[in-house]
Design a binder for this molecule. Structure first.
Ligand code: 8YV
Length: 317
């Protein structure tokens, strides 16, 4: 049988992945289809190629009557209505583990950037402030810095492992205690009161929506830094902007935003804010590993085998 595979994300996917997918069936991209072609695609698509954050709601399932598999190029599947997929007996794969290192590296890079004012330091030189005899304000050392990691899953653990090398004092917030020696908090509020830097590494769910709100930012306090490499929806952006305006917190390093690719102008040009465009996993190596895992999952589906990395709770072969 010929499989019909549709790229249903606006994010760019590696050429390698696209070329390999083309060898496995008839491939098209939503953005290239006119209304008529899209209608046909709704009828015949077997496999939807999506990426972290792509919205697959009940209405989308209603349109794609014959979809059998959703292959997510990403670890996060917050945009996918997983329960609806389970009801409809649809396979879903994602790409856990292979991106842990690079996402964790991004978190640490953002933490160093905000605490050591790297972007501001770069601008300081370009403005010739150094030449004119100005002095940069002192930075904050990672040595002994109390870092709270919200969510100690695969990526949270990789972040913690790196922070050990920086001699940080590490804590984590999770629902259950893990087999690690870091301080354990069952309350995000309590951990935030304790820490100097809060790193968000939790999945985005209904329960975690805007969990970083005005109250949490107040607990973080005027010497506290926020780093988010998870999902924009975890942070109440308006509350964050207010906290930055009022110096309620010291600064923020953000790789993810509520309405990507739009980033509120109010976050721009702040010496204590570092912004990156969702590049956590964006290295040649990791994107290739993610591509290979997507293909291994598609191949397992085609061969009628269990997926290699299915989304928890979804069906087996
Ligand atoms: C990717 C991600 O940027 O893994 C995820 O959940 O958000 C990222 O790794 C994304 O899936 C690629 O567009």
């Amino acid at each position: 049988m010929t499989y019909h595979i549709l790229k249903y994300t606006d994010s760019s996917l590696p050429d390698y992945l696209i070329n390999e997918v083309k060898k496995r069936g008839e491939y098209s991209e939503k953005k290239d289809l006119n209304a008529d072609e899209l209608k046909k695609a709704y009828e015949k698509t077997d496999i939807l190629l999506v990426s972290g954050g792509t919205k697959i709601t009940k209405e989308v399932y209603e349109k794609f009557k014959n979809v059998k598999m959703i292959a997510d190029f990403g670890v996060g599947y917050d945009g996918i209505d997983v329960n609806e997929a389970i009801k409809r007996n649809i396979f879903i794969s994602h790409t856990p583990n292979v991106l842990n290192d690079d996402v964790a590296n991004t978190a640490v890079a953002l933490l160093i950037n905000v605490t050591r004012q790297m972007i501001e330091a770069h601008k300081f030189i370009e403005r010739k402030d150094w030449e004119k005899g100005s002095v940069m304000p002192l930075g904050v050392s990672l040595t002994g810095l109390k870092v709270g990691i919200a969510g100690l899953g695969r990526i949270g653990k990789a972040i913690a492992a790196r922070l050990e090398a920086f001699k940080c004092d590490i804590a984590y917030f999770a629902h259950s205690k893990k087999d690690v020696s870091y301080k354990f908090f069952t309350s995000l509020k309590d951990m935030t009161s304790w820490c100097d830097a809060l790193i968000i590494a939790m999945p985005s769910t209904k329960e975690t929506f805007h969990c970083i709100n005005e109250e949490i930012l107040e607990k973080l306090g005027p010497d506290g830094f926020l780093v988010n490499i998870a999902r924009g929806a975890l942070v109440d952006t308006d509350a964050l902007i207010k906290a930055l305006d009022n110096k309620t917190i010291a600064g923020a390093g953000l790789d993810v935003f509520e309405h990507e690719p739009t980033v509120p102008q109010a976050l721009f040009n702040r010496p204590n804010v570092v912004l990156t465009p969702h590049i956590g996993s964006a290295t040649t190596y990791t994107r290739m590993e993610m591509a290979k895992l997507v293909l291994a999952n598609i191949d397992a589906f085609i061969a009628g085998k269990n997926l290699v990395t299915k989304v928890p709770g979804t069906r087996d072969a």
